[in-house]
Design a protein. Structure first.
Length: 340
């Protein structure tokens, strides 16, 4: 069994946090050295739990740099790279499970997490913040996240106690199907272009799985209208245009103004129909992904058929409740040494 091996798969998207929103907002570029350090912190935590890491190879050497400092606790898996787009990220996540990973830690923003969700993994996924917008991600300490993932991978904490299926937005278009984890937006734009959405005035409608005024992204405006948590079995629909104006933090340092005609909260399973009266695009988790022709209708349904998401806080709480002792013989985390 994969769990018996104590393997944690780690996927780091080297392109996360480097989209055009970094140029129009006040957010720094996420450098490769910074991502190496983030990865090493995850590894330090999981090694402390007695687990080992399988890291998906990338074109910028992030995985290999982290592995070289991990004293044999990390193996690099050739997956074809994750910097080539969402489909490559999906394949990389599936490859880690095929190699025996009992848990997958995905480091990246909401776009990365959406690609991993599309892989339909049968093991717990820990989405770790590493992008421009990180609504679908754990934003706490990476070392604690690694420890939580490691405890589940070695069997010290039962996964069914600390995971829950992710809420997803299932999208059906006349020419395809897709999903989002946070938001679906109908945008006035004839072309997908640079993917990211940063013009509040171009957004015509939003369907939200999460609406939190403290988390940047298109879903942010919903947090000022009618907050909605990811743990609630509902979606929020906003019709935008002439109406009361609300703020929306589109990205760090970038605040838009949204006129909200109407809003409604719907239970999971209730379809929402978005109709395009002009050429438009459909943005999923903040990235324009599909073109929509005039007269076409998009169907969006929220449900809980997403991947089992590991909650690090719940995992560590369960470990503490069990006594909080690490297994005997577990070696010291790489990069940490006794003072003296």
């Amino acid at each position: 069994m994969a769990g018996a091996q104590g393997l944690v798969g780690i996927l780091v998207n080297p392109m996360a946090g480097r989209d055009i929103r970094r140029l129009v907002a006040l957010a720094p570029m996420a450098s490769a050295p910074e991502k190496v350090l983030r990865l090493r912190r995850v590894v330090a935590g999981l090694v402390a739990a007695g687990a080992r890491a399988l890291v998906a190879e990338d074109g910028q050497g992030i995985a290999r740099e982290a592995a070289s400092a991990a004293r044999g606790a990390v193996a690099v898996v050739a997956t074809g790279g994750v910097e080539e787009g969402a489909e490559a990220t999906r394949r990389a996540a599936a490859a880690l499970v095929a190699e025996g990973a009992a848990v997958v830690v995905a480091v990246g923003g909401d776009g990365t997490q959406r690609a991993v969700a599309r892989a339909g993994l049968p093991v717990p996924v820990l989405p770790l913040a590493g992008g421009t917008n990180n609504v679908a991600c754990w934003t706490g300490d990476e070392t604690a996240a690694g420890l939580a993932a490691g405890l589940v991978a070695v069997g010290a904490v039962a996964p069914e106690r600390v995971t829950r299926p992710a809420k997803v937005l299932r999208v059906t278009l006349p020419h395809g199907e897709d999903l989002a984890l946070v938001d679906v937006a109908l945008v006035r734009a004839a072309y997908v272009g640079a993917l990211a959405v940063w013009d509040a005035g171009a957004v015509r409608a939003l369907v939200l799985a999460v609406a939190d005024p403290t988390r940047p992204g298109l879903s942010n405006v919903g947090g000022f209208v009618a907050p909605l948590g990811g743990d609630e079995d509902a979606v929020l629909v906003l019709d935008l245009g002439d109406g009361p104006v609300f703020p929306g933090v589109l990205a760090p340092g970038a605040v838009g103004r949204f006129g909200v005609r109407a809003h409604r909260r719907l239970p999971l399973g209730r379809p929402v129909l978005l109709e395009a009266d002009t050429a438009a695009t459909l943005a999923l988790d903040g990235e324009r992904s599909w073109t929509v022709r005039p007269g076409e209708t998009v169907r969006v349904v929220g449900d809980r058929t997403g991947p089992p998401v590991l909650d690090p806080r719940a995992a560590l709480a369960a470990f503490v409740a069990q006594g909080g002792r690490l297994p005997d013989g577990v070696r010291q985390a790489p990069g940490i040494s006794e003072g003296g």
